[in-house]
Design a binder for this molecule. Structure first.
Ligand code: AMP
Length: 215
């Protein structure tokens, strides 16, 4: 199965994609995770992307399409994939269509996770990620004895630079201007399926599986 998880930052794409990857047995491809890993390891891409990511802007379409061409052409994606964070602009969506056509495959579905800006701002402000196991927590929804330590592995929990309040507002603005039009691109192609992203992790997961006919 070939899926795109679409929706604003903080809607839960990463959390849902991780669950679906296990449930459907296909890889979770997160462009945000790939870029953060490049920053962490200090690659040329990471050095270029760091300031862009930290400020809440988008990395250029050329760079992102180049990365995705390599990933989607690899044997790892033969059984299918779940894209999280790509495409984020209409030119990226067009490039993805062309890329998949070259590979002689097509998307099955674009899951459109919907949520209000108020809930998103609250979720991003309370989001913490473990440096060691990459598990994501919401301090607003999960009681954690020591909010600096991961209950799963004891690693350090940190707040992403781009989850700080002023950057969250910019990311929501960038989303409205550059990413929201991608919704129309897929709606016109009858690939978009709306899911309410404001429920519990389990509830949203169940709704996605149901629309995919896997519940
Ligand atoms: P995410 O983890 O998906 O919220 O991505 C974090 C940041 O990485 C974004 O705010 C962008 O700066 C960058 N990024 C991730 N995916 C893309 C993409 N498809 N196009 C451009 N920039 C991206």
């Amino acid at each position: 199965m070939r899926l795109v998880l679409f929706g604003p930052p903080g809607v839960g794409k990463g959390t849902q994609a991780k669950l679906l990857a296990v449930e459907l047995g296909i890889p979770h491809i997160s462009t945000g995770d790939m870029l953060r890993e490049a920053v962490r390891t200090g690659t040329e891409l990471g050095l270029k992307a760091k300031a862009v990511i930290d400020s809440g802007h988008l990395v250029s379409d050329d760079i992102m399409v180049g990365i995705m061409r390599e990933v989607l052409s690899s044997p790892r994606c033969d059984p299918g994939f779940i894209l999280d964070g790509f495409p984020r602009t209409v030119p990226q969506a067009e490039a993805l269509t062309a890329l998949l056509s070259d590979l002689q495959v097509c998307l099955d579905c674009v899951v459109n996770l919907r949520i209000s800006n108020e809930i998103v701002a609250g979720r991003l402000g309370s989001r913490r990620t473990c440096r060691k196991c990459a598990k994501i927590y919401s301090l607003a929804e999960t009681v954690i004895a020591d909010p600096a330590r991961c209950p799963n592995c004891g690693g350090e929990l940190y707040q992403r630079e781009d989850d700080r309040p002023e950057t969250v507002l910019r990311r929501l603005r960038v989303y409205a201007e550059s990413t929201a039009p991608v919704e129309e691109y897929y709606r016109k192609r009858a690939l978009l399926r709306d899911v309410d992203g404001s429920g519990t992790v389990k509830g949203v997961n169940g709704a996605i599986l149901a629309l995919l006919g896997r519940s």
